[in-house]
Write a protein that binds this ligand. Structure first.
Ligand SMILES: C[S@@+](CC[C@H](N)C(=O)[O-])C[C@H]1O[C@@H](n2cnc3c(N)ncnc32)[C@H](O)[C@@H]1O
Length: 289
């Protein structure tokens, strides 16, 4: 699956989900843990931070906030990279609205473009997107190639084997079942594709992530799994993100998929008596050997 941006996908963005407080918090923790590694650096040394797959800038803003809090803004250069031009436009606007004196550049590209873009990077973030990458080893190698020695790689995902907190799998099954039921009833002409297995569905275990990072030249891989409570409204909003719709209801036109997931999320919640569903986030911090 490539990232093919269209007028249709641009209507189903990640921004609404990314604004939910528990999501912001789990990313903030990762950002703080990664930036804690800067303590050993001289306060006057230049500092380069890459936010890979920055999307609409949810994590970029957290990085800048934390740099400001720690007094690093003056010498920092933050580079946001994402294949989506539309997402980058929105990220740029939101950073400008922060009105901080910080050097930020946004570049359209993927992990494979990184070595041509920046070198000698202190920290690379890759948040909530690694599950979308087919060849994770190649991506980790490209990240290792742009990091300075002892550089830090911080990465997280809620699409891995272990993300479903015990007892919550039935919620996701019911959500999709009710969405498919709604489509059959309201739009019987729509066919679900059985053959395309979306990239986001190829989930690795935490151990596979750790092993792949080590193979790519990282050491001291620190892994934590954190439970994040997602309200039905937050789940509704992730159900309006095009990459999620493609994963949950492959082959379905996005607008219909979003409507189906919207109706079904509250239905499944009501049937199971749930207002929120906890989901585990895998948070990884690794040091380049
Ligand atoms: C769920 S968003 C995450 C945005 C942000 N990093 C965050 O954590 O809130 C996933 C992002 O991955 C990007 N993406 C998709 N395929 C990619 C690829 N092959 N390489 C890099 N980024 C990719 C998408 O454009 C999208 O902006």
């Amino acid at each position: 699956m490539g990232l093919i941006e269209t007028d249709e996908t641009n209507q189903f963005t990640y921004e609404h989900f990314a604004a939910h407080a528990p999501y912001v918090q789990v990313n903030r923790v990762l950002v703080q843990q990664a930036l804690a590694h800067l303590a050993a650096k001289s306060q006057f040394a230049p500092l380069t931070i890459v936010d890979m797959a920055c999307g609409t800038g949810a994590v970029t803003r957290l990085i800048i906030e934390e740099l400001a809090r720690q007094g690093w803004l003056v010498q920092a250069h933050v580079v946001g990279v994402d294949p989506s031009a539309e997402a980058l436009r929105s990220a740029k606007k939101s950073i400008e609205a922060m009105e901080l004196d910080v050097r930020v550049d946004f570049l359209q590209g993927e992990a494979s473009d990184l070595p041509c873009v920046v070198q000698n990077v202190d920290i690379v973030f890759f948040c909530n997107a690694i599950h979308l990458i087919a060849d994770k080893l190649a991506a980790f190698r490209e990240i290792a190639a742009i990091l300075a020695s002892d550089g830090i790689f911080a990465c997280n995902s809620a699409f891995y084997q272990g993300t479903y907190v015990e007892g919550t799998e039935r919620f996701y099954r019911l959500w999709v079942r009710r969405a498919v039921g709604w489509l059959r009833k309201e739009h019987p002409e729509v066919q679900l594709s059985r053959t395309t297995k979306a990239m986001a569905m190829q989930w690795l275990t935490p151990e596979q992530y750790s092993h792949t990072l080590q193979q790519a030249g990282f050491e001291r891989v620190h892994m934590v799994q954190t439970d994040v409570p997602l309200s039905l409204d937050a789940l509704h909003d992730i159900g309006h993100y095009w990459l999620f719709i493609e994963g949950a209801l492959p082959g379905v036109p996005l607008a219909l998929g979003a409507s189906a997931l919207e109706t079904a999320v509250y239905q499944a919640g009501q049937e199971l008596g749930l207002n929120a569903v906890s989901r585990a986030w895998l948070q990884l911090i690794a040091t380049k050997s």
